[in-house]
Each structure stands twice: as structure tokens, then as C-alpha cells.
Write a protein of this length. Structure first.
Length: 196
């Protein structure tokens, strides 16, 4: 059905238009007497008479325009589909470029002997402020490998992300541990001059 509507209808329409135009120039037009023959139409209170050649011409133009419309509609659908696929691919690429990393931290001055394994995990809150967001976001905090060590999970990081402030807050006492201005995916090292 799609092949018929996309190719046969326009070809048939163009063939009818060419047939009608050539019927004025070539002798077959006089042979069939297409210019002299008329067709009467009655219906819906309308009564009109039109020549057969004009009727064929009108049908040819209508078929050609219908085929053209169907072609344009199919191209528009394909274009919309390609745009949707492009948007999905860009979104997937942006998501694929974001990673998550974990950092092991120790809290200066915290008594690791005060609780088994350090401070109570339920009393600690970790906040991360990056250049990508205006407000600090909460990060996942869990126990580290050693006593007094904690693991912070930083999500949705990319090379452009710069951490302006990382803080761990002990909620009962409002005591804070802070690290400022670092790039987790592009660490910066200060190298000392090696003197021979």
C-alpha cells in the first residue's frame, strides 16, 4: 500500500497530466474527441458540466499532489525519527560520560575509639557543592576499610565538574569537616624541585 501511494499515484497523475497536455498538440486528441466530450455532475444541489480532458487533467493534478503530500509526510516522519534518535543518543552520550567515584576520608580530630569504628554513621551527613549546582547536594556516606575512615560516593561527575566544597557534618554537635576547591577527575599535584 505504501509503495502504491508513494510511487504509483504520482506516476499515474503525471501520466494523466502529460496525456492531457499532449492531446492538444498530437493527433490522438482529435481522434478521441476529448475536447468536445463533456461530463455532467449532479449532486448536493450542484449541477455542472466539464470537458473530459479537463476532468482527466484535474484528476492527474490531484493524484500528483496526493503522492507529493505522501512523500513529504514520509520524509517528515523520518526526519522526526532521526531527531528523536539524535536526542536520545546525545542524552546517552552525556550520561555515559558521567561517572561516579568514591573517596576515602578520615575526619581530623574525630575520636575513632569513641564508637566502634569511629563516629556513628547515622549522626553524619555529607554535602557536596560543585560548579554544576547552586545548592549543596547530599552524597552517600558509608564506613571505610579502617577504623575512623569513611567512604563518600560522588555521583554524576565529569571532567568539567569542580568541587567547590565537600563537608561532613556531625548533626548532634554541628561539627564540620571541610575540604574546598578540588577536581576529583583531574587531580592537581604540587611537585617539589629535586635538588641533586
Amino acid at each position: 500500500m505504501v509503495v502504491m501511494s508513494n510511487y504509483v499515484l504520482p506516476i499515474l497523475g503525471v501520466a494523466l497530466v502529460v496525456f492531457c497536455v499532449f492531446s492538444f498538440v498530437l493527433p490522438y486528441g482529435e481522434k478521441f474527441q476529448l475536447r468536445e466530450k463533456t461530463q455532467k455532475f449532479k449532486g448536493f444541489g450542484v449541477d455542472f458540466e466539464v470537458s473530459v480532458i479537463a476532468l482527466f487533467f484535474g484528476v492527474g493534478v490531484l493524484l500528483s499532489l496526493t503522492g507529493l503530500y505522501l512523500h513529504v509526510r514520509d520524509y517528515q516522519r523520518e526526519l522526526d525519527s532521526v531527531r528523536a534518535e539524535k536526542a536520545a543518543a546525545e542524552k546517552a552520550l552525556a550520561q555515559a560520560q558521567k561517572i561516579q567515584i568514591s573517596a576515602l576520608v578520615t575526619l581530623d580530630g574525630a575520636d575513632p575509639q569513641g564508637e566502634p569504628g569511629g563516629l556513628r554513621l547515622d549522626d553524619l551527613e555529607c554535602l557536596v557543592l560543585t560548579n554544576a549546582y547552586d545548592q549543596p547536594r547530599q552524597a552517600d556516606l558509608s564506613r571505610g576499610l579502617r577504623t575512623g575512615e569513611y567512604k563518600i560516593l560522588l555521583r554524576d561527575l565529569s571532567r568539567e565538574i569542580f568541587v567547590r566544597r565537600l563537608e561532613v557534618v556531625h548533626t548532634p554537635t554541628r561539627k564540620k569537616w571541610v575540604q574546598e576547591n578540588f577536581s576529583p577527575l583531574e587531580p592537581s599535584y604540587h611537585l617539589k624541585l629535586d635538588r641533586p
